[in-house]
Ligand binder design. Structure first.
Ligand code: URP
Ligand code: ZN
Ligand code: ZN
Length: 466
């Protein structure tokens, strides 16, 4: 059966216009002016969705999530089932999660383990990056096989010695190999060796509270690592993508590299745009709710990030959704901030929060759609199936009502975590309907999908004009 989404305002990376979408066999069949498909829909069976007064956009693409991710002594609290259902509620129709090679494992073993966890459980489409935790000749060789299976990006850590940390030589070797095989290297840029020294000194001085997570990971160590990563990638002639860029100094390094013509890209996350280091100072152990890496930065820093997004030096906003409950998880670090699992929840609120940026005049509607959907789809080999409202694209669509109001709260969100970092925040605008491959999975704010609606997406290799 055909579906007609009519009377809405189409919002794409190119701009906005009134328009109707015709959907057939899970894809966008045609795009026209209001009423353009009236005759066709009168003659044939056609499900109609009235989008009057709403924005009609390509489904959100969140390229940074961690479902069921092991971190220290625990795992992130959203499963693929709960986390992707929350994504659907929030207007995200594709995620790219991080599979992980553990030390001693092949890359294939890491990918297979994560794929098995996700298969049949996801409400939205999903792909994988792969975290490389150990670099050997075998791993470098094996990267090509993962790329051939649609895992075309690899995350490397300059932080977390003893866990994920790789040294510069290892990072450089992966970059060289990525350049050969059409893969994109994603970098967690913080100088983990120096952070560990500062963290040990803080603990020795009796400074155990959550806020010392922030003071021992200063922005200088993100800027330094960003600078180093850019230099290594230039030498390796490899494209480079910085995950969760948090600070003005790191952004300056990315801006300078872009000005030199380097193939360097960066994402930031909603929590760096809407929260700051003062949240880690909250009473008692409350600050643990906000512990993530890089940490939240000093008030005022977010202005640079918004400007970077508007200018295009920041290409993407992804959530780095990595939730841990306060009960039994964050509280593992009640005597030692180093034991607080790093990460915050956010997959459900990205579209809403960014829309507040539109309302505040920080982003255009077109840029909202671009940073939440089109740009990540292009950078990670999902375009034009994802991130586009063109004929032939997957019918992954969000109908967004700019007039609806709601309040973010742990009592009403759908993520499997016992607190909200945005508790009590008022949002103007709401995801009304969500369509995945032509199937309505959220209707008037209610979930209508099922685990297994989402399919694994093999992603294309990196292309220089992404
Ligand atoms: O604190 C964070 N960001 N946790 C998730 C792991 C990572 O580094 O992305
Ligand atoms: Zn990271
Ligand atoms: Zn992450």
């Amino acid at each position: 059966m055909k579906m007609l989404i009519e009377k809405g305002t189409l919002v794409t990376a190119e701009g906005t216009r009134p328009g109707d979408l015709l959907i057939e066999a899970g894809r966008i069949a045609a795009v026209g002016t209001h009423g353009a498909f009236e005759d066709l829909c009168r003659e044939t069976d056609c499900e109609r969705i009235d989008a009057g007064g709403c924005y009609v956009m390509a489904g959100g693409v969140d390229v940074h999530t961690h479902m069921e991710m092991p971190f220290g002594a625990t795992n992130s609290s959203d499963t693929f089932e709960t986390g992707t259902r929350a994504a659907a509620y929030g207007g995200t129709t594709t995620i790219v999660d991080f599979a992980m090679q553990r030390r001693g494992q092949t890359l294939q073993e890491g990918f297979d383990a994560w794929r098995a966890r996700a298969e049949g459980h996801c409400s939205v489409d999903y792909g994988f990056h792969l975290i490389i935790s150990e670099v050997t000749d075998g791993v470098l060789k094996e990267m090509e096989s993962l790329v051939a299976q649609g895992v075309t990006s690899f995350k490397l850590f300059m932080a977390y010695p003893g866990m994920f940390y790789l040294n510069d030589g290892e990072i450089f070797s992966v970059m060289q190999r990525a350049a050969e095989i059409g893969a994109l290297v994603m970098l967690h840029a913080e100088n983990g060796l120096v952070i560990d020294v500062l963290a040990a000194q803080a603990m020795a001085g009796g400074n155990t509270a959550p806020r010392f997570h922030g003071t021992t990971r200063p922005p200088e160590l993100e800027a330094e690592a960003t600078h180093r990563g850019i230099a290594l990638a230039a030498l390796a002639q490899s494209p480079l993508y910085f995950v969760h860029l948090s600070a003005a100094g790191a952004l300056q390094e990315v801006t300078a590299a872009k000005d030199r013509g380097a193939q360097v890209f960066a994402e930031t996350c909603p929590h760096y745009l809407f929260l700051d280091a003062t949240d880690m100072d909250r009473e008692g152990f409350e600050g643990a709710k906000f512990v993530c890496s890089p940490p939240l930065r000093e008030p005022g820093n977010e202005e640079d990030l918004w400007e970077g997004l508007a200018r295009g030096d920041l290409s993407v906003v992804a959530t780095d959704h990595c939730p841990f409950c306060m009960a039994g998880q964050k509280e593992l670090g009640s005597d030692d901030f180093r034991a607080i699992p790093n990460g915050v929840p956010g997959i459900e609120h990205r579209m809403d929060l960014l829309y507040q940026g539109v309302r505040a005049g920080r982003l255009s509607l077109a840029r909202w759609s671009e940073i939440a959907s089109t740009a990540p789809a292009k950078l990670f080999g999902l375009y034009p199936e994802k991130g586009s409202l063109s004929p032939g694209s997957d019918a992954d669509i969000v109908i967004y009502d700019p007039a609806e109001r709601h309040v973010l709260s742990a009592a009403s969100h759908h993520m499997a975590v016992d607190y909200s970092i945005y508790e009590g925040s008022e949002i103007v605008g709401a995801v009304r309907d969500v369509i995945l491959g032509g199937k309505v999975i959220v209707y008037r704010g209610d979930y209508k999908g099922a685990p297994g609606d989402g399919r694994f997406k093999a992603r294309a290799r990196w292309q220089a004009d992404s």
